[in-house]
Design a protein around this ligand. Structure first.
Ligand SMILES: [Zn+2]
Length: 295
């Protein structure tokens, strides 16, 4: 009887899948857009910011278009840069929902849960530990110098792969400069990618045009959803050790008063959680609270 019930549930889930297509989460950052190289493109007040909001929106729309043409079902978009209010929401199709602003559970991966079948990382950048990469940083260039999971330095993309992996979803597409996409590929293995620019330095790149990037992203997104079964969710061993190194001295000093943290050196605290969701929640707290302290 038990077997019959599980068979029936399997059948139901397959029919829902076939009916609606895979559910996709698209997390969109800005530093890895075609053309983005400095602050001038990346925040309110930058002389090119308003135009780059349009380019960011267009890269996200291209991913949506590609995914839909490959039969994707529900698509959720997470605006994951700066103030989290960059995407021009009125430009999106009526059936798309957009996650905006902070704080929010799972940060750049907000929206992830067991119902998501694949994740796309659009406009992503390299980690702060990489010697190369346009605007290379990990979650906060002003506050953090390293974020490690189980002893391995993370990029925002590889962190996302672990969070998504916890819920059984693989990263299926990553776009950004050549360094950012390579970091994710090296970590997750097979993944569709679009390199929209070649990093020349922290503030320089040889870039393709926004229109050229959009065409490639749409095609790659379509390929990624068509072969979504090829990609494997990233799995890590538990318990999960989180090491966060702060740029300034005081956050670690203050956090050391909490018995849940171990101060492993002057600038680093360690937290051991039962799984990645617990670690991600602690990290969200750190981003919203202690990491805002000045020296
Ligand atoms: Zn960003």
């Amino acid at each position: 009887m038990k077997h019959l019930i599980s068979l029936f549930l399997l059948f139901i889930s397959f029919s829902i899948y076939a009916q609606n297509g895979p559910k996709i989460l698209i997390s969109v950052d800005m530093e890895g857009l075609a053309g983005a190289v400095t602050d001038a493109q990346l925040g309110p007040g930058g002389f090119e910011y308003e135009r780059f909001r349009t380019f960011m929106t267009n890269e996200a729309l291209a991913a949506i278009k590609g995914a839909k043409s490959a039969g994707a079902g529900e698509i959720l978009v997470a605006d994951s840069h700066g103030n989290g209010q960059n995407l021009l929401i009125e430009k999106f199709p009526d059936d798309i929902e957009i996650i905006r602003s902070w704080p929010r559970r799972f940060h750049m991966m907000a929206g992830i849960d067991e119902s998501i079948d694949g994740v796309m990382l659009i406009g992503y950048h390299a980690s702060t530990n990489n010697k190369k990469g346009v605007r290379a940083h990990t979650f906060s260039s002003a506050r953090l110098t390293d974020v490690k999971i189980n002893g391995q330095s993370m990029s925002e993309g590889t962190w996302g792969a672990i969070v998504a992996g916890h819920f059984g979803a693989p990263i299926i597409l990553v776009t950004g400069d050549n360094i950012a996409t390579q970091e994710v590929k090296d970590f997750t293995g097979d993944v569709e990618e679009v390199v929209v620019k070649e990093a020349l330095s922290f503030h320089s790149a040889k870039t393709m045009t926004p229109n050229a990037a959009v065409k490639l992203i749409q095609a790659a997104s379509e390929r990624a959803v068509r072969r979504i079964k090829d990609f494997k969710p990233y799995e890590i061993s538990t318990p999960v050790t989180l090491d966060v190194s702060f740029k300034h001295y005081r956050p670690t000093e203050a956090l050391d008063y909490l018995p849940v943290f171990e101060r492993t050196n002057s600038h680093t605290i360690r937290y051991v959680g039962k799984d990645m969701t617990e670690v991600a929640d602690v990290f969200e707290f750190l981003m919203e609270y202690s990491s805002y302290l000045e020296p």
